[in-house]
Design a binder for this molecule. Structure first.
Ligand SMILES: Cc1ncc(COP(=O)(O)O)c(C=O)c1O
Length: 378
């Protein structure tokens, strides 16, 4: 007899799509000690922890330089600004992403140009990129979605052919690789959000930028602090500093990233092994790519009914994203779109992100699987 089905609903604990509290539980003492140490040091912003994190993350990703900033949106906008991209320029990206990708572009004054995605891994459809290039196009922001690489080799080739900058949005793929290289080390810059639910998540807002270019690194460092050199503003900048507490926490979390990504893969394997006979379309791993399962996204025409069904059993999957960026009121009829976004609109009605995070126990994954079986009458 299935032990889960014998329990009353009152005994069940909710299972969330992501759960940073659960993930941080095992690191609690270490994290608390590091916070106390920072507080007692009296040095709270851009100090030794930030420097250490920058060196450590650069080494980890395999890029010579890393700059710590306040969040992932700033990572994108500061990188574009440092490359001289702004008003009258166009930047190609996708609508099937976090609003932050588009916000990061538009903050600079540049226009985001949205291209459709492919149906296999939901990242930019490389066959549609060239039709979107105009004399104003300066860059492509490629989003490595859900923990899996976009077709970065083809995109890099197109960038070289058309003399465009390549910005990798790696906010959902810390530690993922493409042909042996860490994502974020392939383009001109890699931009990472370290929002608490990310694979490398702080206990607040934080972001990281990786680059091979010293000049770019220096310029971004100036831009993140009022354009200062020795406290004199040489260029117009802003405040996008990382604080010492977040940096200290991220150093601890970075040591665990490999293990946490392994845990996510274990959960993904469990889902794959147990859901392969259901009518759900499961995520694929393309050859040459290592997936880090920021999300485990399945596809079904019965998405909304399945979601409501699971919620009745206190299982709360997510939808990333139910509304493509071009359909949000802020962007509706105000954003540049290249071609038709057919796949973008189709998948937004069918995708469902099942619970996945380090620390999610197998028995809880089994509960998710059992409820999905029940939904499909299996
Ligand atoms: C793909 C993507 N890009 C950028 C960001 C921006 O990150 P932040 O919220 O740290 O500004 C996120 C975070 O949600 C993201 O998922």
């Amino acid at each position: 007899m299935d032990p889960i089905r014998t329990r009353s609903k009152n005994d069940l604990k909710p299972i969330y799509c992501s759960n940073p509290l659960e993930e941080n539980k095992n690191l609690g003492v270490e994290i608390e000690k590091s916070i106390l140490k920072v507080i007692r040091s009296g040095n709270y912003i851009l100090g030794k922890n930030v420097e250490h994190l920058e060196e450590y993350f650069a080494r980890y990703i395999g890029s010579p330089y890393c700059i710590a900033v306040a969040n992932g949106t700033d990572a994108l906008s500061l990188s574009l600004t440092a490359m001289g991209i702004g008003k009258k320029d166009e930047v190609i990206t996708v609508s099937h992403t976090a609003i932050a990708t588009i916000a990061g572009i538009e903050i600079t004054g540049a226009k985001a140009v949205l291209v459709d995605i492919n149906k296999t891994n939901f990242t930019i459809d490389t066959s549609k990129i060239e039709a979107a290039i105009t004399s104003r196009t300066k860059a492509i922001v490629v989003v490595h979605l859900y923990g899996h690489a976009a077709q970065i080799k083809k995109i890099k080739f197109l960038c070289e052919k058309h003399n465009l900058k390549l910005i990798e949005d790696v906010s959902q793929a810390h530690g993922a690789k493409y042909e042996g290289k860490f994502l974020g080390s392939i383009g001109d810059v890699g931009c990472f959000s370290c929002y608490p639910t990310k694979n490398l998540g702080a206990c607040g807002d934080a972001g990281l930028i990786t680059t091979k270019t010293k000049n770019l690194s220096n310029k971004i460092k100036m831009l993140r602090q009022y354009g200062w050199v020795n406290r004199v503003s040489q260029i117009a900048g802003q405040n996008s500093r990382m604080d010492e507490i977040q940096a200290a926490i991220l150093i601890i979390k970075l040591k665990k990233l490999k293990e946490h990504n392994f845990d996510r893969n274990k959960i993904a394997n469990f889902y794959r092994n147990n859901l392969s006979k259901t009518p759900l379309e499961l995520p694929i791993e393309e050859s040459g790519c290592t997936h880090v399962y920021h999300q485990y996204v399945v596809k079904t025409k019965h998405r909304d009914k399945l979601k409501s069904f699971l919620e009745k059993s206190l299982i709360f999957p997510g939808i990333h994203y139910s509304l493509p960026v071009h359909k949000h009121p802020a962007y509706l009829n105000k954003i540049l779109i290249s071609g038709r976004l057919t796949n973008t609109e189709l998948v937004s009605n069918q995708i469902l992100s099942l619970p996945i995070y380090p620390g999610l126990e197998e028995k809880k994954c089994a509960r998710v699987v059992n409820e999905i079986y029940k939904f499909f009458g299996m």
